[in-house]
Design a protein around this ligand. Structure first.
Ligand code: PEP
Ligand code: MN
Length: 338
């Protein structure tokens, strides 16, 4: 940590900061400049320290943490990156993994048709919510266990893996019975009880970025799962809320290279929630693969005009097929396969 004193800070003020740093466990290295005194703190339990405690001390100009507040999620923990192997597929390696399907599981026919499409175009994972976090309590809430059964039957018939959302820690055993990857939705990114429980079980977790979460907050949420012993965490950029109204969310493509630099964890992109509109999904999907995403989570529906949730952002089957062809070319242009 580095504390920069204000120009003209008194010796008493400087000493008070040094004392506080030593108390907190740092070895202090002092550099006295013509204008500013800079105090470098080495060691110490920097992850647990709020730099604000130094910033509010008299005579302090600013305080910065040099080490990141997360340890296990940090790139330095595994500089080579993490590859997650699940039932024969690998996420975070050379292949861009496509996870696609409807927002919600609605019926046997709907999910079977979706799974056939995903498998026939080269997708590896079928998505579909059985427990849906809806903004309104009056909207379709999902089919629950029946939906999970339909989803896993459709997946098995087509050689796909399953990703589905778990909304609450009490649902982990049930969703884990049917799903290969447990999805944590944007609204639950900081549901710390859920994250802790997911850390204590072995299934891979797809952790979506919260609607208003910073990248650092996303990585700290991942840290909860890693700290419990489950290192199989896939991050997901799904758009954040900004002042823009033409899109449902603002798809933060830049989060992909930023996360790649800060963390060893794989990151996938969800251009469906990221834009909220079918006509914008393909462009953001292509951009995400070009930017280095390890996979995509895409909503596609056999009949999106009659979808029970997120129809407007769900691709039509023909659009999805076309997109898969384009993604294959982009993946190869950036040294990946699909
Ligand atoms: C979903 O994937 O259908 C979903 C609800 O996503 P998010 O949590 O990103 O809104
Ligand atoms: Mn959705």
């Amino acid at each position: 940590m580095v504390v920069v004193m204000q120009a003209g800070a008194t010796e008493r003020q400087i000493q008070a900061v040094i004392d506080r740093m030593v108390e907190t466990g740092f070895d202090v290295h002092r550099s006295t400049g013509a204008m500013h005194t800079v105090l470098g703190g080495v060691g110490g339990r920097v992850q647990e320290i709020d730099t604000a405690i130094f910033e509010v001390m008299e005579g302090v100009k600013e305080a910065h943490r040099i080490a990141s507040p997360y340890k296990l999620a940090s790139r330095s923990f595994r500089p080579g990156g993490t590859e997650i192997i699940i039932g024969g597929i690998s996420i975070g390696g050379g292949e861009v993994v496509i996870m696609a399907g409807p927002c919600s599981v609605e019926s046997r026919d709907q999910i079977n048709r979706s799974a056939e499409l995903v498998a026939s175009t080269g997708g590896k994972v079928i998505r579909g919510g059985a427990f849906k976090p809806r903004s309104s309590p009056y909207s379709f809430q999902g089919l629950g266990e029946e939906g999970l059964k339909l989803l896993s039957e459709a997946a098995n018939a087509n050689g796909l893996l399953v990703v589905s959302e778990v909304m609450d820690h009490t649902q982990i055993p049930l969703v884990g019975t049917y799903a290969d990857i447990l999805q944590v939705g944007a609204r639950n990114m900081q549901n710390f009880n859920l994250l802790r429980e997911l850390g204590r079980q072995p299934k891979p977790v797809l952790l979506k970025r919260g609607i208003s979460a910073t990248i650092e907050e996303l990585l700290l949420s991942a840290e909860y799962i890693l700290a419990g012993g489950n290192y199989n965490v896939i991050l997901c950029e799904r758009g954040i809320r900004t002042f823009e109204t033409y899109t449902r969310n603002t798809m933060d493509i830049s989060a992909i290279p930023v996360v790649k630099k800060l963390s060893h964890l794989p990151i996938v992109a969800d251009p469906s929630h990221g834009t909220g509109r079918r006509d914008q999904v393909a462009a953001m999907a292509r951009a995400a693969v070009a930017a280095g995403a390890d996979g995509l989570l895409v909503e596609v529906h056999p009949d999106p005009d009659h979808a029970l949730s997120d129809g407007a952002q769900s691709l039509r089957p023909a659009q999805f097929e076309e997109l898969m062809g384009q993604l294959r070319m982009i993946a190869s242009a950036v040294g990946r396969s699909l």
